[in-house]
Design a protein around this ligand. Structure first.
Ligand code: PLP
Length: 439
């Protein structure tokens, strides 16, 4: 293997102390592990210790680390053209990836068009800008428990944690949040998912009668499954209901599929689980195969209404990132990784439901495909906020890389190539640690 370390004798501990001396403390680490290299579903530290990656660089490395075909695509493109800038000329990788992604998009979006940016936040902001421009309306309805990014525009829609916006307000105006149907902790205290979903839809309608004049509504922005907010799967009927409300009021339905898109939930786009076609959708994370890339896709007539130079980015659609993304997408398709994600994801959920019978610290198990949350609770049922981070660190020390989502959920989003045996290892480590901390 090629030596990539600047100082090959540096230990993990030494790197971590150098990092603490130079890197801003706002960057929080869920584990105490220094990553030296990755291969498939595993990460390795500087001492060669192996860790199973149960979170894939935050739902990003869908085909695992350093997949040979992705590495080959990156190296091949790097030898040909590293950067050209989409405002300066035309580049084949840009069109090839956009074409490939659009061809698997649902409904009319497949005949749509797109624009590349560099990140999820930018993809969302591009969608919001487009919605405001084409509707000539300013207001956006978004949801509680939402994460759409941390840049100042996207942050106005993000609502999963007050910490992200503390001392940063006022943000972009015209954004109104309504409750997301988090059925395990129903915001409206309903006891069945069906009525909860409908009640949340009623609150959207109510907002349109009270604080958001319908003729000023540019769009409704929603994650088909709330990601950072806790891997919350909405009840059937919710997304369809939002589609109908948008249609009724001439507003756009904008879906944020940054975390759910491109195979993780068992469909290319999570909206397909509910047969909904948005007007605009946003992608990032796995889109660039591990390199920074975001995209906004929209129906053709919407994108065409935006005049030249109204949106852009120096690096957006970088050819190396596009080639890495294209190689990744092909592997997901050729190896049928979406069916695999459903099989292994269901298996993981089944195993945790068994464990839940003996460990009441597990309040809820939910998800779709390889987007699984295990929500930890205190004995009074409240979120186990105080212990979640230390438990995740302890799991890391036992060889399992994880993060949290929501207030107190273990976020499981491994590479889609994960085997059943690897999944067993992950579930066993989590179970062992939870058993020691059971109240
Ligand atoms: C659903 C969703 N939207 C947007 C973002 C922001 O993406 P980025 O961190 O690439 O800006 C994220 C990141 O976690 C996300 O999960």
């Amino acid at each position: 293997m090629t030596e990539t370390r600047s100082n090959p004798t540096e230990s993990s501990r030494e790197l971590i102390s150098r990092d603490h001396a130079k890197v801003g403390g706002a960057i929080y680490r869920y584990t105490d592990i220094a990553f030296e290299r990755g291969e498939g579903a595993y990460l390795y530290d500087f001492e060669g210790e192996k860790y199973l990656d149960f979170v894939a660089g935050i739902a990003t490395m869908n085909v695992g680390h350093c997949h040979p075909k992705v590495v080959e695509a990156i190296c091949g493109q790097a030898r040909t053209l590293i950067h050209g800038a989409s405002h300066v000329g035309y580049m084949r990788p840009y069109v090839d990836l956009l074409d490939a992604v659009l061809s698997v998009a649902p409904g009319e979006l497949a005949d749509g068009k797109g624009i590349f940016m560099n990140s999820g936040s930018e993809a969302v902001e591009t969608g919001i800008k487009l919605a405001r421009y084409v509707t000539n309306r300013s207001m956006i309805i978004a949801f509680t428990d939402a994460f759409h990014g941390r840049s100042m525009g996207a942050l106005a829609m993000t609502s999963s944690d007050e910490l992200y916006r503390r001392r940063l307000t006022p943000l972009l105006g015209g954004v109104h949040h309504v409750p997301y149907p988090y059925c395990y902790r129903c915001p409206l205290k309903h006891d069945s998912p069906e009525t909860c979903g409908l009640a949340c839809l009623n609150l959207v309608e109510k907002a349109l009668q009270t604080v958001v004049p319908p003729e000023e509504l540019a769009g409704i922005l929603v994650e088909p499954i709330a990601g950072e907010g806790g891997y919350i799967v909405p009840p059937d009927g919710f997304l369809q209901g939002l589609r109908a409300i948008c249609d009724r009021h001439g507003a756009l339905l904008i879906t944020d599929e940054v975390q759910t898109g491109l195979g993780r939930t068992g469909k290319m786009f999570a909206v397909e689980h509910w047969g909904v076609v948005p007007d605009v959708t946003c992608l990032a994370k796995p889109l660039g195969g591990g390199l920074p890339l975001g995209a906004m896709l929209a129906k053709c007539e919407l994108v065409d209404a935006w005049p030249p130079a109204a949106q852009g980015s120096t690096f957006g659609g970088n050819p190396v990132a596009c080639r890495a993304g294209l190689a990744t997408l092909r592997i997901v398709q050729d190896e049928d990784l979406m069916s695999h994600a459903v099989q292994v994801g269901d298996y993981i959920q089944d195993r945790f439901r068994e464990v839940q019978k003996e460990l009441p610290i597990i309040g809820d198990v939910r998800g779709k495909g390889l987007m699984v949350a295990v929500e930890l609770v205190n004995s009074d049922g409240s979120p186990a906020r105080d212990v979640i981070k230390s438990l995740i660190k302890e799991m890391g020390a036992r060889g399992l890389v994880l993060t949290k989502c929501g207030a107190s959920s273990i976020r499981i989003a491994p590479p889609l190539i994960i085997t059943r045996e690897q999944a067993d290892f992950g579930v066993d480590v989590i179970t062992e640690v939870l058993r020691r901390h059971q109240w």
